[in-house]
Every structure is written in C-alpha cells, then in structure tokens.
Design a protein around this ligand. Structure first.
Ligand code: ARG
Ligand code: ZN
Length: 874
C-alpha cells in the first residue's frame, strides 16, 4: 500500500505520557506500556483507536486499570484496534512480549554482541509495543529498565536518570530514566549491556552542567577519545553559531557493532554504528576521523533540528535531515578547511545524489508518496536537502539566515513541523516570497544550466546568457524553471580579477536565475574575460560552459574561488576521459595541457595547501565518468580510459611526484588534524600516480610504505595501490594485512572493501570466497556493505561485467540478506540504479537480474519497492 502526502490527517488520539517498564530477557523481553491517551481536538471524533504493532505479542490489556473484554478489541502481531474507545482522557496499559535475539532486522529492540539496544526511526517503536507510531504524536516518557546484573550492568535511557537499584531477592537490577521533553516514538531508545565508558563534564553557555558519556565495548575506551572531543566541539559550535544549547543533565552515546545506518539521534541517548565512534591511529584512517567528527556533530545537532523541532510526517524528513546535514557540513568546514570540505561535499553529492536523480529511483527532496519510508533515507533527502538550505542562505544572506533560523526554532520548538513552517520563518524575517524557491523541495531531477559568454570590445561589455532545463524523472514529465543562485565573477586572462559590475548581481556576487532563459551584462570590462560561474558550487545543478580547455586552465591557475579552480581541472580531465572512453584517440598534446597545469600542484601550490592539491590531482572516478556519458556506457572502456589518463599524467610528472612522495614522508606521532591529513592525502595521491605510470617504481614505493607505515591511512593507501598491481607482492601484502588485523572487524572491513574493488576478472570469485571468511557475517551490515556493497558500488568494471555474473551475484545476495535484514538488502539493491544507462548487453543482463528478484513471492516491502521502481518504465 502507498502512503501519500496529500492524505495526511491529524491523529484521532494523542498520547501525553508514556510509562514503560521493560524487563530485558534475551528471548522473552516483557514490556508494560502505560499510555495516557486523549482524543485529539483536531482529529476525527468518531474514529477507532488504531495502534501500530509489528511482531509484538500481546499478553495483557487494560483500560483505566480494568482488563478489556476480548470482544472489545482486536490484536494481532501487526496492530491493536479498539473500535469504541472512550471520548475522554484514559489510560491504556499494554503488556507485550518480544524476542530481541530473533530480531535480525535491527529495528526495534535487538541484541548486538550480546548487548541490548534499540533503533526506532522510522517505525521501529511498534516492534516494542503497540503505539501511535507517527512523528506528530509527542509524549513525555518515563522508562524503567530491568535486567540481569551480569548480563547488563549498564542500563541507559532517554532523558535524565532518576532512580536505580536492586530487584530484591534476585540477581536483577533496574534504572529509571525520565525525559521531560515531549518526543515522538522514533526518538525513543534504551541500552542494556556490558559496556566501558569514558566521560567528561560540560557546562553550557547558560551554565547548565552536563555529563557527557561515550559507551563502547569494554577495552576499547581509548578509541573513543576523538569522538568525545568532537562532541564537545560540536556542542560549543552550536552555541556559538546557532545559539543552540543542550537541555538535559546527561548526553550519552553508545557504540554498537550491528547497525543499519550511521547513527541515530535518540533524545539524550545517541546510538552509533561503532565505525563512527572508534578510532586509533593504528585502526582508523584520516577519512574515518573526519566521518566520526561529522556524524557525532550531525547527531548532536539533531537535538534541535529534529528533536526539539521534529517532523509532522515522514514526507518532511528533509526538514530535519537536510537541515542537519547542512549544519554538520558547516561545522566541519569551520573545524577544517572550508574550500577543501566544500569540494568533498560536492564530490559526494555528484556521485550519490546526481546519480540517484538520473536513475529510476529519482524522487523529490520532499517525496509525495512512499511504499516503504526506510527507502527514502537517501542522498536526495539528505544531501540535496542540505544544498537547498545552503542556497537559501546564499539567497537571503548570512544575517537573515541566522534570524530566520532563530525564528524557526523559537516558533516551532516542541512541535512537529513542515517544510512550509521552515520556509515561512525566512519569508517572515526577510519579507520576501519564497514560493518559487520552494520548488526545490517538489521537483526532482538535476537542473542543467548552460552558460554562454559574449564580449563586446567596443562597448567594453560582457554578456552572460543562461538557460536552464530539468530532465523528466519518474512521475514528473513537465518541469518548471527553478530559482538558481549563481555566485559568479570574471577573471582576466592574465589572472587579475575584474571589478566589473552588473545590477543583476548582488553585493555577495550572486545572480538568481529563475527563468528558463535570462542574461546579464557586465559593463566596464577592459578585455575578454573568463567567467567563473557557480562559485563554491552555489547550486546543485549540472553546468555546461562554452569554455575552451585553455580558458578552464586560466581558472585553474587564477580563480579566486578555490572550488572553481578544482572544478576547472575536473572539467578538463572529464573531457579527456569521455573522449578516451568513447573511442576518440587522444594525441599526447591533448593531455599535455592538463599534465603541465597539474604540475604546479606537485610543488609550490602543493605545499601551500596539500589537501587541496590532492583533490586537484585526483581524476574523476569511473562512476562519475559513466554518469557524464550517461547512455550506452561501457565500463571496461571507462576503466581503460582512466588508467590511460592516470598513466599520462604520471609519466609527464614522474620526477616531481617521486620528490613529493619523498618530501611529504612524515616522521613523528600521528595526528588526525586536517593539515596533517592533507599532507598524507597528497603523498598518497602521488604514490597512486607513480604506480599508474611506472609499475616497478610504484610497487617498490608502495611495499616500502606498507612496511613502514605508522598509521592506518598510510598503510591502507599503500595497500590500495598494491591492489592495482597484480602479482605476488599484492597477495603477500593482503595476507599479512588480514593476519595482522584478524581481531579487528572494522579494519577487516577495509580489507574486504579493497579486495572487492580490485579491477580484475578474478574479483568476483575472490568476493565469493571471502563470504566464507571467518570474519564475514551476512547478518552484520558493516561486513556486508564492505564486501558486497563495495563490489557493487566501488567496482564499476566488475559489477557491470559483460557476462552478467556480477549482477546475478548481487541479486542472489540481496535475496539472501532480505530474509534477515530487509533494510540492508534494499540498500544493496540500489547498486542497480544505473542499469538503464549501460550498453545493450549489460542492460539486458541487469534487467533479467532485477526481474529474477521481482518474481520472488515473499520479498520484503523494502526490496519489493526498490526492485519495482527500478524496473518501472518512465
Ligand atoms: N536519523 C538518522 C540520521 O541521523 C538516520 C536513521 C535512519 N534509520 C532508518 N531506519 N531509516 O540520519
Ligand atoms: Zn540525521
């Protein structure tokens, strides 16, 4: 069945208070829920009370303390209905039994490494007890958790701890937690287990004392220090930048090793995938540290954007997710390098969201219908959702953006809000009409903007002509023009900025393109300039520019906007890669311009900003090239093309690269800070280019680095380079790595991922073999994503094998995983989203693989939804 935005109705009943008593037991946990219900004055007056349920077993049911006769209600594993509930406030006491050990879906209450934990977003609370499991029903929760003292010495809940003690005459104990802030059920959480803790006291800006705690597997406490530091910095930052303060006596984070997503913002009790908490120089890469920082911040920031102000319904998911991603991006930019972080954000957006927008799974940032909401935790909702907030800030300016955010938080605090509420705050503080802008939430697909420049020497003017169009997407054939902020400037060919003016461009250098075609003219332009448009990637669009490679290289050398310097190099490289991939022969001269322009990023510029240089020197990925080609894609040809350009760039600069790799070698203790990480990144890009140009030299350098590395970043980078060089050295290094980290699942994930990404014919067999490795577990999302997910998403050439065996393998694995964990299976299945752009043979194989899934009878709703949408004809 389909849920539609237009069908939204207020709940007929509200729940003011929830008292939970949870008696933990591995296979028979008892939950007593006492709900203080009342009719919703805004709801339908004669409606029955329909509580959601999922795999719960009713033990007892009472209304105002009296058992309800069996004839007056209906209960099943999927729900509980009382046809004639009282039309006044009443309490319902529900006792259910659930089996956390059998819960392999990892939704609701489940066990991870023997510990009890919960995941309730989007609709997992109904797997704990019958409830009005919808985000617009907000209640104050008190939770008593009881467990065996040996099995679960630590008991954590939402809110503040109020009481704890022994259960007389037993080996059991309990803890009571009270959360004074009304919240929807999806923010409920509890944890019980054997856990180690590190903590720290924090005082908020208004003087509230808060105890911060991070709980991890005992013995791993020393790996939680970076996360704790990131939490403290996030809290300080949200006070300083958004004026938002924490509101409970404790803030706890628990790391668990079986988790479907990255982490979850449960009120006062965030639960994390342990890969986003645990880090040590020996086990985590620079990228891991950066992810930990970002996700710790993300979940903390949800305390305001998500918890204090939550969502009216799941169609509004971007209201909390897009906004919170924007907030965590801003945090990381302030803590690290803003231009470097912006480039990283855009790379992710293009790889994940632009591809989604171009696929059968394309949907608006605010979808209008869904069959399974868990399939809408997507790059579109998160990443494009964040871009919308960023554009809003660009359009209204920094000052009014902050005023609008303050108004939104103040006005909507304690409520379940909508995208309209959010936009209204900005419309109200600026007095402007944002209805055209709001189309960004409704229209799917990536807009294309074409830009053409015309110089008039006599008049000393320069005109830019813009046109925009958005391609058709599922369910949306006719597209309207969007309101697109274009941050721009002009650069003279000798590199000087040009201080020309146009009255269509505001003081921040932004022009808003809101028609299908528009143009603007700069006056006082002394010579033919090179336009620099979409500075800082001011809008999530695809751009086509009528600039020559020479003009782009002017931007690479001279633009004041770092993003566009990087973009210029990418555009030139992409042109060469597309030409090579589609069978156009390139002369050496064609790539020589790029190779020599890149040279400066190997010496002078490299030392000024190594992280930036590393990004400039990284060629577009195979997936990005495929997306650019967009039809009749041949992944083998793309792989050959990228290998060839990598070789040419390396050969042209071998001396400098070798020198770079040597001078950037760093002795001394590892530090995960952005500057040190940038030097490592550049050094490892150099290693990769060297290996692409000269196998012998590359292999020696990589082996030496592998032996001597003092941290996981350098060790993994050298291992990664070795995986591109078939032979004994590679196999030896892989074996050594596997043995060295045999007891480190998170490190073995990297080892699985590297092997799954080897661009060779033997990889599929290797992946199949690794599925019986003792460390692999089909029920653990991190393992499955590392091995199978990497094969399907990070190995374009082997997943898209022309014989179709890559697709068949994925289909088979998806079906297997679906029996245990539908959410995980549905995620894996999205790897097929590019199938329609493949050349004919592959397209046929992919279609048959998808049809083989669609033809199964007992698919989960999650997998059924993805497979059906993937196969739908436009
Ligand atoms: N709200 C979480 C976040 O911070 C994601 C939870 C998604 N869970 C799910 N089952 N779909 O982004
Ligand atoms: Zn989130």
């Amino acid at each position: 069945s389909v849920t539609r935005l237009e069908d939204y109705q207020e709940s007929p009943f509200l729940i003011d208070r929830v008292d939970l008593d949870v008696r933990l037991h591995p296979t028979a946990t008892r939950v007593t829920a006492t709900l203080a219900l009342r009719p919703n004055p805004k709801g339908r007056a004669d409606a029955p009370l329909v509580l959601d349920g999922d795999e719960v077993h009713l033990q007892a049911l009472a209304l105002d303390g009296r058992t309800i006769p069996a004839a007056e209600f209906e209960a099943s594993a999927q729900g509980l209905t009382i046809a004639q509930p009282p039309r006044r406030p009443f309490t319902l006491t529900i006792e259910t039994e659930i089996d956390p050990t059998a819960n392999t879906k990892l939704m609701g209450l489940y066990r991870s490494s023997g510990n009890y934990c919960t995941q309730c977003e989007a609709d997992g609370f109904r797997r704990i007890t019958y409830f009005l499991d919808r985000p617009d029903v907000l209640a104050v929760y008190t939770t008593r958790i009881e467990a065996d003292r040996d099995e679960a010495p630590v008991l954590l809940g939402n809110g503040n701890p109020v009481e704890a003690g022994a259960v007389a005459g037993t080996n059991r104990h309990y803890a009571v937690w009270h959360d004074p802030h009304p919240k929807p059920a999806y923010l409920f959480a509890l944890v019980g287990g054997r856990l180690g803790r590190i903590g720290k006291a924090f005082t908020t800006m208004s003087g509230r004392k808060v105890e911060l705690g991070i709980y991890v597997e005992p013995g791993k406490e020393d790996r939680a220090g970076y996360a704790l530091d990131a939490l403290e910095r996030s809290m300080r930052w949200d006070e300083r930048v958004f004026g938002r303060e924490y509101d409970l006596d404790e803030f706890n984070i628990v790391a668990v090793s079986d988790f479907n997503m990255g982490a979850m913002e449960n009120k006062g009790l965030n639960i994390f995938n342990d890969k986003y908490v645990l880090a040590s120089p020996e086990t985590a890469t620079d990228a891991d540290y950066a992810n930990i920082e970002a996700i710790i911040a993300h979940e903390y920031f949800h305390n305001w954007s998500g918890n204090r102000v939550t969502c009216r319904d799941w169609f509004q998911l971007c209201l909390k997710e897009g906004l919170t991603v924007f907030r965590d991006q801003e945090f990381s930019s302030d803590e690290r390098s803003r231009p470097v972080h912006r480039i990283a954000e855009v790379k992710t957006l293009r790889t994940r969201q632009f591809s989604e927008d171009a696929s059968p799974l394309a949907h608006p940032v605010r979808p209008t219908q869904y069959r399974e909401i868990n399939n809408f935790y997507t790059a579109t909702v998160y990443e494009k959702g964040a871009e919308i907030v960023r554009m809003l800030k660009t359009i209204v300016g920094d000052h009014d953006f902050r005023r609008g955010m303050d108004l939104y938080f103040d006005r909507c605090d304690g409520t379940a809000a909508t995208v309209e509420d959010f936009l209204r705050a900005f419309a109200d503080v600026t007095g402007s009409d944002l209805s055209h802008f709001s189309r960004w939430y409704a229209q799917s697909g990536t807009p294309r903007v074409a830009v053409k420049g015309t110089y008039d020497k006599t008049a000393q003017t320069y005109r830019l002509d813009f046109t925009q169009a958005t391609p058709a997407t599922p369910g949306q054939t006719d597209k309207e023009p969007m309101a697109i902020p274009v941050a721009l400037g002009l650069v003279a060919r000798d590199g000087r900025p040009i201080a020309a003016s146009s009255d269509r461009v505001n003081a921040q250098g932004v022009f808003v393109l809101d028609k299908a075609a528009d143009s603007l003219t700069f006056s006082g332009v002394p010579s033919r300039p090179v336009p620099s448009v979409f500075r800082g990637f001011s809008a999530p669009v695809k751009t086509s520019l009528d600039l020559s490679n020479e003009e782009l290289l002017v931007l690479l050398r001279h633009d004041s906007d770092a993003f566009n310097r990087w973009q210029a190099a990418q555009t030139v490289a992409m042109r060469l890669l597309v030409a090579l991939s589609t069978g156009r022969a390139l002369s050496d001269a064609d790539s020589a311009g790029l190779s020599s322009a890149l040279e400066t990023f190997m010496d002078a510029d490299a030392m000024r900003d190594p992280a930036f240089a590393a990004l400039v020197l990284t060629l577009p990925s195979e997936a990005d090239i495929a997306q650019e080609i967009a039809s009749d894609v041949d992944p083998d040809a793309i792989h050959r093309a990228r290998t060839e350009l990598r070789r040419r760039v390396g050969i042209a600069n071998l001396g400098q690269l070798w020198e770079l790799h040597r001078t950037l070698a760093h002795a001394g203790p590892y530090s995960p800070d952005a500057a040190s990480a940038g030097r490592r990144a550049l050094r490892n890009v150099a290693l990769d280019l060297i290996a692409g140009a000269d196998r012998g030299v590359g292999e020696n350098l990589a082996r030496e680095q592998f032996e001597t590395a003092s941290n996981m970043t350098d060790r993994l980078a050298s291992m990664s380079v070795l995986t591109t060089l078939p032979g004994d050295a590679r196999e030896e290094a892989l074996t050594r790595f596997g043995e060295r980290y045999r007891d480190e699942p998170l490190v073995l994930d990297k080892w699985f991922a590297l092997q799954a990404a080897i661009p060779e014919d033997g990889t599929l067999e290797r992946v199949k073999g690794l599925m019986s490795h003792p460390a692999f577990a089909i029920g653990n999302p991190n393992r499955v994503r590392s091995l199978v997910g990497s094969f399907a998403m990070a190995n374009q050439m082997q997943f898209n094998r022309v014989d179709g065996t890559g697709y068949a393998f994925l289909a088979e694995t998806v079906l297997h995983v679906d029996e245990l964990n539908p959410q995980l299976a549905a995620r894996l299945l999205t790897a097929f989203s590019a199938w329609r752009m493949m050349e004919e043979t592959r397209r046929g194989h992919a279609k048959r693989a998808l049809q083989s899934i669609a033809g199964r009878s007992n698919l989960s709703r999650d997998v059924g939804d993805i497979v059906n949408r993937s196969l739908e004809e436009k």
